[in-house]
Design a protein around this ligand. Structure first.
Ligand code: ATP
Ligand code: MG
Ligand code: MG
Length: 593
């Protein structure tokens, strides 16, 4: 699924390639930095992109957009894309999340484009990048800024810092610590590093312009004190770099060419350039340095794309874990029956633009149908079963126990796919909604006196039904119309308007089918109280009967249950003695109703 032939990012990359911008990249740092420099630079002219998730939760559909964009563009321009764990915040990051992110990227099929070299010795996995591996370099970069008079240690309280930053209408006020000498700042920063100050007692700030109209340039924080154990570096550090300081450095060290991010970061771009310009002047990084470009984040109606809010749903037990099939996480979408191809098609259709908007949830389902329809094996399943008895079966077929063989194509769209086989007998399960005592307008299925075809089987004529004292339907009765077996000569001589799905009582498999509705009733969730926006009826479980061809069904490959939509075996139910199927999407857009 390629990225659309024309988008603004392509123009940037193609123009940089034409002008050989990165082929001329020069670097003149100290030998210690050469290790970083040498890391990726087999070919400096290569387009080098990255996907930099923070391992503080599972990836969601929004991340899929970013993964798809970066990896597809890198692939297309003969470049590479780094999977980089942006793990500079020790408190919220966990190994479980690192593993889940790796799984998701691999599942989407991008592991082979991860990098053009193995990682440095001592890193966790080949072809993966960890921001925390650059902590030493980041520290040196901070000392460089201090020595150059471009950073200072501020010991105002967090409250004072906030107040003195000013706001949109008011310029900021200089900190009393702003005029410290480089030597004083260096000594104090080393004390921060050595654990001589309490958490929150001081921060390192860039010295830029407290009156800048861009508040991000009013001496942004670079380092803070935080005594927390880091999943990679343990207790080595008690100071940690701020994201806005760390991220440009990560890009520069990995020799990224184009740093693609979402629009929220637009106001950070001046600082990104300020920092890398200063570090390039100091010969700490190569020139020209990476450039940041912003695109609109993906928003999908009825879906939350915020790891923090998704974590809340998991932790408060509103869903059954990060991979609950209702979750918009890649793990959840996978368990629900979404495929990598469907998600990539969805990303492509959603476009790469500079202005945000909401994509209709229906287009996610449409992408699934469009990718599965040509390839998904078909099967019959009866979700709300009631028994149909063919009362003259024994008489016509030579005994009540006699079973007849039926054949159906695995996929009518793909004649090569082969056939499936199942039985028909005196008793079959049909959908409860396929019978009515009195014909409603436009209804051509079962009602007394009407003939229908049991799909791939015989034509029957409905003779009536029995009900219990409460009026609940118990059994539907019908008679077989002779010589109407599907696939035999003259089978269609008796014309019928209804063609219904069924499974034989004799060979049907009992199954549990899980029907999912949108997790959020609110069209644009995330603005109000999360729990008020939840759909309380997002999961319906039904006891169903399915075709025997599904006995060995397993794995990620989906099925089309005729009439009902696209289903997949629930990954957590494999191996259990019950067959559990999740519905990924209905046959057509049901959201419109
Ligand atoms: P969240 O708010 O869910 O935690 P994030 O942006 O903080 O999202 P990161 O782990 O930092 O999460 O994201 C990694 C990359 O994925 C970033 O480059 C980010 O811009 C991108 N990304 C995150 N959400 C979306 C989205 N909805 N659409 C497109 N890209 C996204
Ligand atoms: Mg982030
Ligand atoms: Mg976030």
């Amino acid at each position: 699924t390629p990225v659309a032939p024309s988008n603004f990012l392509r123009h940037v990359i193609e123009s940089d390639l034409t002008q050989n911008v990165y082929a001329t990249r020069q670097w003149g740092g100290s030998p210690g930095d050469a290790a970083h420099h040498a890391q990726g630079m087999a070919d400096p002219a290569k387009v080098r992109l990255r996907f930099p998730p923070e391992p503080n939760g599972y990836l969601h559909i929004g991340h899929a957009k970013s993964i798809w964009l970066n990896f597809e563009m890198a692939k297309e321009y003969g470049g590479v894309c780094h999977l980089r764990f942006d793990d500079t915040n020790p408190e919220k990051e966990e190994q479980e999340y690192v593993d889940s992110i790796r799984d998701a990227v691999e599942w989407l099929g991008y592991e082979t484009y991860l990098a053009d070299r193995p990682s440095a010795p001592g890193t966790m996995q080949p072809h993966e990048y960890f921001a925390s591996n650059y902590f030493d370099f980041m520290y040196r970069a901070a000392e460089y800024l201090i020595e150059a008079g471009l950073a200072y240690v501020d010991e105002q309280t967090p409250e004072q810092i906030r107040t003195n930053r000013g706001d949109f209408n008011t310029p900021g006020t200089d900190s009393p610590f702003r005029s410290r000498t480089p030597a004083e700042n260096l000594a104090r920063f080393r004390e921060m590093r050595d654990g001589k100050l309490d958490d929150g007692a001081a921060i390192l700030r860039a010295k830029i312009d407290m009156a800048s109209p861009n508040i991000n340039l009013r001496d942004p924080a670079l380092y803070r004190i935080r005594r927390a154990t880091h999943h990679n570096t343990g207790d080595t550090w008690c100071i940690y770099p701020m994201y806005t300081f760390a991220h440009p450095i990560e890009d520069a060290l990995e020799q990224i060419t184009h740093s693609l991010c979402t629009l929220e970061f637009e106001d950070q771009r001046p600082f990104y350039d300020w920092l890398l310009d200063r570090l390039a002047e100091g010969n700490l990084i190569a020139s020209p340095h990476p450039r940041q470009y912003e695109f609109a984040r993906l928003n999908v109606t009825h879906v939350i794309t915020s790891k923090r809010k998704l974590r809340q749903l998991v932790e408060e037990g509103h869903v059954d874990g990060w991979d609950d099939p209702r979750m918009p996480t890649l793990a959840g979408l996978r368990r629900r029956g979404y495929t990598p191809d469907a998600l990539k098609l969805f990303c492509e259709r959603s476009g790469v633009t500079k202005s945000g908007g909401w994509i209709d949830y229906a287009s996610l389902e449409a992408a699934l149908r469009d990718t599965l329809d040509p390839i998904a094996p078909r099967a019959m399943a009866v979700l709300d079963p009631v028994k149909l008895v063919i009362t003259n079966w024994g008489e016509l077929m030579g005994g009540d126990e006699v079973l007849d063989d039926c054949t159906a194509p695995l996929n009518p769209r793909d004649p090569e796919a082969g056939e499936r086989h199942f039985k028909i007998g005196r008793e079959v399960w049909i959908e409860r909604t396929d019978y009515e005592d009195v014909q409603p307008k436009g209804f051509f299925r079962l009602f007394p006196g009407n003939k229908v075809r049991l799909k791939y089987g015989h034509t029957i004529e409905c003779t009536g039904a029995t009900r219990d004292a409460d009026g609940k339907l118990l059994e539907v009765h019908a008679t077989l119309v002779p010589d109407t077996k599907s696939g035999t000569p003259g089978a269609d001589a008796v014309k019928v308007k209804g063609n219904i799905t069924w499974v034989a009582v004799a060979d049907a498999l009992a199954a549990e089918v899980r029907l999912y509705e949108r997790l959020f009733a609110a069209e644009k969730p995330g603005s109000g109280e999360l729990l008020d926006e939840l759909n309380q009826h997002s999961l319906v479980k039904c006891s169903a009967f399915v075709e025997p061809s599904l006995a060995k069904a397993e794995g990620d490959a989906g099925f089309q249950f005729e009439r009902h939509g696209y289903f997949v075996v629930d990954a957590k139910a494999v191996g259990a003695d019950r067959h559990v199927f999740n519905r990924a999407a209905g046959m057509r857009d049901s959201w419109a109703k």
